[in-house]
Design a protein around this ligand. Structure first.
Ligand code: 9MR
Length: 747
């Protein structure tokens, strides 16, 4: 599986039904076999094998002796090339296979036989000794004459035997429209409502008049009742819906259900405990994302793995990494840091906003009326540093900060003080692949102004937060921040190329006025110095309306300055106005939430959900939470708390986007090492991992095949191949941690 940028797909306008079926081909009309000699009648031509596999005919089948001791699935394979695939056409891929001894799996793919080896359909069934028939239907996202049917057999420590028969790739079959299983039509927060908090649900129904609802406790006793409020057709789902408000019920308990229109919701709790756990789980996510050290199984049972990228073969990095050709002639030790997401890349832009949001989660807990900094203290996150008397959240963020500092161009070089935009593999790698097994060359990409300002902002913030615990580190961070700031001022318009997306994400950004503002704000809050204050006050960003529908993220970082200027004590002239601007932004998110039948502060233009929509919703909720911290007004607190309902199940798909939270939760996020969907020996992501969520642009082939024509909330599939709707990342989990921590402090 490789990630590529693909042209945006046009979305059909709002549809009355949620998903359109793919255009139906007349079944059986012109079904055409694409595989030659799939029955192995006259021999094994034109099938090929990798040189380490010995294959031959056995009882009319192809049988292959697979060697042990290979690392990757594709290190041992059988396949057939020169397969023609037609874009938009559906294919039935089927075969019969055995594996002995039992327990071995085959990765069966239909993909590209040449670089970048994209796969258009892949499955990894566990084989039996007696044999099974496998059959799958998919739609090709491309036109190619260089297709391949491949059976990848590598990755086993021991040798085994694979036999194959009746391989078929039938073109022109009827597509199988994807119908998500959305369960009961009463949609609730499947985790927990706060006892004194808002309690809202959504009913999907054709009814146009109000219907009776009942709240039942775990024993099935009705404890509250009322009438639903018809809300008409919801634009974000295309569904006719009603809303239900049961906020008046405040009794704590487990296993409540909501009943309406003959449907019983998934169960939920009323209480705070789940949020205490989520606050920690969402932060515990980071330790196994760490590059550069072995993950201890005693600290994360089931997640132990060898250190990735410590300069040990087959890794080619990260302790001594060259630049891309022509970019520089030095090498850097850029080990450590967090892997960005499901890939092995490490990006300063994105590392920065993630670090800010963790540091700000902590800082907010130290400053706000309802803050509970002690809940994030030493010993709370089960990390190697637990017990060192430093709050664990600071220890975790420091792992990334140390990496960000290493990405700074050394003194004496032409761009000294700037930060390299990113470091990652030369080519995209396939799935699954443990960090320690990544064989690709690693390269530093050119410095950028945006990366330099990410470094300046986070290192400056670090300087004030780590001072009580480690003065030397605080001083080092501040010196690096000043140096980065000066370098950015000297090189204010060095942009990362949008085309630099091979082997890693591009993270392009050609407007860095917001990054300048963010960095100046952090430098000012830490030093109080006049020149940083002047930059803040003179920046057009300072008074701009920055709280738009998509909120803030790695590319739109103004809020990371504004929210802190509004809440971290300082003598900034006009600070009251800054605080008011946050409240004004929150008022708008509150209005969006109130108008939304699913009760969330998110209504993007043209109903187009963006990449990582779940974290955008959470970040809009952060603005509401900050308005509560500023004003103490309950309506902002309630809005922030209520935003969690969507994330945890009150949505069109009836799914919680947080792994392990709620009866049905996302658990197949795109990842090279949490790849259980592809390899039963690997884990799913840990509890508390946020999925990117609906993305109207569905850039990946799997989503394009399954979700064509989807309406906003429906543009999501919990499949490991859907990297554009279902990845996990360090910046998205930071938004979850920030909100979980806020909600855990409310009652
Ligand atoms: O989250 C990023 C999204 O905003 C961009 O539109 C997209 C394309 O540039 O990239 C996303 O980030 C991915 C990054 O490029 C590589 N690591 C995984 C990230 C999440 O999918």
């Amino acid at each position: 599986m490789k990630r590529r940028r693909t042209a945006l797909l046009s979305l059909t306008a709002l549809l009355a039904t949620a998903l359109t079926a793919l255009p139906a081909a007349p079944a059986g009309a012109d079904e055409v076999e694409q595989v030659r000699n799939g029955t192995f009648d006259g021999g094994t031509e034109p099938w090929w094998t990798t040189s380490n596999v010995t294959a031959g005919l056995s009882e009319g089948r192809l049988c292959a002796d697979v060697p042990g001791g290979t690392a990757n699935r594709w290190d041992a394979a059988v396949g057939q090339n020169d397969i023609t695939l037609v874009k938009g056409e559906s294919y039935r891929f089927s075969f019969t296979a055995t594996g002995s001894p039992a327990g071995h799996a085959v990765r069966a793919i239909v993909g590209l036989s040449v670089a970048p080896y994209d796969t258009y359909h892949e499955v990894t069934p566990q084989l039996s000794v007696s044999g099974d028939r496998y059959s799958y239907t998919f739609t090709s996202p491309v036109d190619t004459a260089q297709g391949q049917v491949g059976f990848q057999l590598g990755g086993s420590a021991d040798p085994w035997r694979f036999c194959l028969d009746d391989v078929s790739l039938l073109g022109g079959v009827a597509p199988e429209p994807y119908e998500p299983d959305t369960g009961p039509r009463v949609r609730v927060n499947q985790v927990a409502y706060l006892p004194a908090g808002p309690k809202n649900a959504t009913l999907v129904t054709d009814a146009t008049a109000g219907l009776p609802w009942q709240l039942k406790n775990a024993e099935g006793t009705v404890v509250a009742r009322g009438t639903t409020v018809p809300r008409g057709v919801d634009a974000s789902s295309g569904q006719n819906v009603h809303s239900i408000d049961f906020s008046r019920h405040r009794t704590v308990g487990q296993g409540f259900t909501l009943v309406a229109d003959g449907q019983t919701s998934r169960p939920f709790d009323i209480g705070t405990r789940a949020y205490e756990k989520l606050r920690l789980d969402s932060l515990k996510y980071y330790y196994p994302q760490r590059s550069g050290l072995a993950i201890r199984d005693d600290l994360r049972p089931g997640y132990g793995r060898p250190a990735g990228h410590v300069g040990v073969a087959p890794n080619q990095g990260d302790t001594d990494v060259p630049c891309q050709p022509g970019v520089c002639d030095y090498r850097l030790d850029v080990s450590g840091g967090w892997y960005d997401a499901g890939d092995h890349g490490k990006y300063v832009v994105n590392g920065g906003i993630s670090t800010w949001e963790l540091l700000s989660t902590y800082e907010r807990e130290t400053l706000a009326r309802t803050g509970q900094a002690e809940k994030l203290g030493d010993g709370t996150l089960a990390i190697p540093e637990s017990g060192n008397k430093v709050p664990d959240i600071l220890d975790e963020a420091r792992w990334e900060l140390e990496f960000l500092l290493r990405m700074q161009v050394p003194d004496g070089q032409p761009l000294a003080g700037m930060a390299h935009h990113k470091i990652h593999d030369e080519q995209w790698t396939g799935l699954p692949l443990l960090p320690s097994d990544d064989p690709q060359k690693r390269e530093l990409h050119p410095p950028s102004t945006a990366a330099t300002l990410n470094l300046a902002a986070t290192a400056a913030q670090a300087a004030r937060l780590y001072r009580p615990y480690d003065k030397a580190f605080a001083a080092k961070a501040l010196a690096a921040a000043r140096k980065a700031w000066a370098a950015a001022e000297a090189h204010p318009d060095v942009y990362a190329s949008a085309d630099d997306g091979i082997g890693g994400g591009a993270y392009p950004d050609t407007d860095v006025t917001d990054e300048f503002y963010w960095a100046a704000a952090q430098l000012y809050l830490t030093t109080g110095e006049r020149r940083f204050q002047d930059h803040v006050l003179n920046s057009p960003v300072h008074t701009a309306d920055i709280f738009g529908p998509l909120g803030f993220d790695w590319a739109r970082t103004a809020a990371a300055g504004r929210l802190d200027l509004a809440t971290v004590p300082s003598r900034l002239p006009g600070r009251d106005k800054v605080r008011q601007s946050v409240v004004k932004g929150a008022d708008r998110y509150l209005a969006t939430l109130k108008a939304h039948p699913y009760g969330m502060p998110y209504a993007p233009e043209d109903n187009r959900y963006d990449w990582g929509s779940s974290h955008q919703i959470l970040n809009n909720a952060v603005v509401l939470a900050t308005a509560y911290d500023i004003t103490g007004a309950a309506k902002y607190r309630d809005g922030a708390v209520q935003s969690m309902d969507y994330i945890l199940g009150r949505n069109a798909l009836n799914i919680s986007y947080v792994t392990g939270y709620g009866e049905v939760s996302a658990h197949n996020q795109h990842s090279r090492w949490y790849a259980r969907q592809l390899d039963a020996n690997l884990p799913n992501p840990p509890d508390g991992t946020l999925a990117g969520g609906p993305n109207s642009n569905i850039q990946d082939p799997l989503a394009q095949a399954k979700l064509q024509g989807c309406v906003a909330q429906f543009c999501y599939i919990d499949d490991i191949q859907s990297w554009s709707t279902n990845e996990h990342t360090i910046n998205w989990n930071a938004a979850l941690a920030r909100m979980a921590s806020f909600v855990a402090g409310q009652r």
